[in-house]
Design a binder for this molecule. Sequence first.
Ligand code: UTP
Length: 410
Amino acid sequence: MELKEVKELLEKYNQEQLLKYYDELDEAGQKELLRQITEIDFSVLKLVEEKNIEQVRGVIEPINDLCSMEDIEARKDEFFVIGADAIRNCKVGAILLAGGQGTRLGSDKAKGMYNIGINKPLYIFEMLIKNLMEVVNATGAYVPLFVMTSDKNHEDTVSFFEEMNYFGYDKSFVWFFKQAMAASCDYDGKFYLEDKGKVSMSPNGNGGWFISLGKAGLLDKVKELGIEWLNVFAVDNVLQKIADPYFVGAVIDSKTVCGAKVVSKAFPTEKVGALCLEDGRPSIVEYYELTDEMAYAKGADGKLLYNYGVILNYLFNVNKLIEITNKEMPLHIVEKKIPYIDADGNYVAPTEPNGYKFETLVLDMVHLMDNCLAYEVERSKEFAPIKNKTGVDSVESARELLSKNGIIVE
Ligand code: UTP
């Protein structure tokens, strides 16, 4: 698009601020800025207008496919055999979601490069690879690992793995791919510039991982290797088991197309999303969407009906993922700290949220699945997320949980 058309476009959406510094740019910079503006999805601005409108949900019911800790204990040997067999036959791959910005942790590097050691370095990526190596050691097979990054951290992430020699993992089993980005705006719906010639872009959420995997040409690799199941997991849970043979075995055995690791709620109103059924399909109901009656309701087993909180560790059947690839996913509006260029042309890195970014979420993918096995794990053994610097879900709390599991952080 030429300048004249871009100006018309911006006028239409009331976004003329994006050309504020246009005249100060050289020719190449001007061209690049026009290109970026042309690629903006202006339809997201509707979400800013509608942000206070409550989402209409379908009929919410308790999840029906459940493998409780008692069930797992009773059948664990069986599950291990099925899962380990799938792993040895290269039917299981792992997807590390590492495209986020970790703004709450406040590091400008990729979150996985964060050092949680005290006197001796222990990086988040290193801890995850250690966890994955347990499976390699138990099964004798490497698990193909696909790492999703974003424009903001791709180069850093790849060079870090190289520099650290993949923390001992066989690098021929590791691939990186970039997720897509989306423009971010202020509270009034005005898109930010992050430089005079650069629209402020943020990673577009973790829900686009499968499309991005395909765009990077890696779905061909998944098919070539014969991978049938993909275990998707977050970068920040340092205690999690990845490609856990027991989990894989239980999902395969249950004949569901998806599995979610879940933990029992600590108390009925805990602020976690719980696996449920929505209009008969698996879904996640947020704590604020439950009425008190629902939050406290118990089943015949004495457990809460909406008891099982998700921990962002899912197993998806690849054929099913291919089938749902083009299905639309809801777009969420998320408050974030967004660096920007202020009215005087100065770069500002805010310390508090100052606007919105737009994301699709992997949890919405669960709703596109026909069914989902809730696989219950013990929170203190498998859930140590690092979201914040201190306090709840922080480096400190994760160190404590690691040490309770015999991993002393020095
Ligand atoms: P979070 O929701 O915790 O977001 O991501 P974040 O960006 O890492 O951190 P904050 O909110 O800015 O502090 C959950 C998981 O999803 C990944 C993250 O890397 C993490 O593993 N993620 C998130 C992506 O891969 N891409 C995204 O666009 C967002």
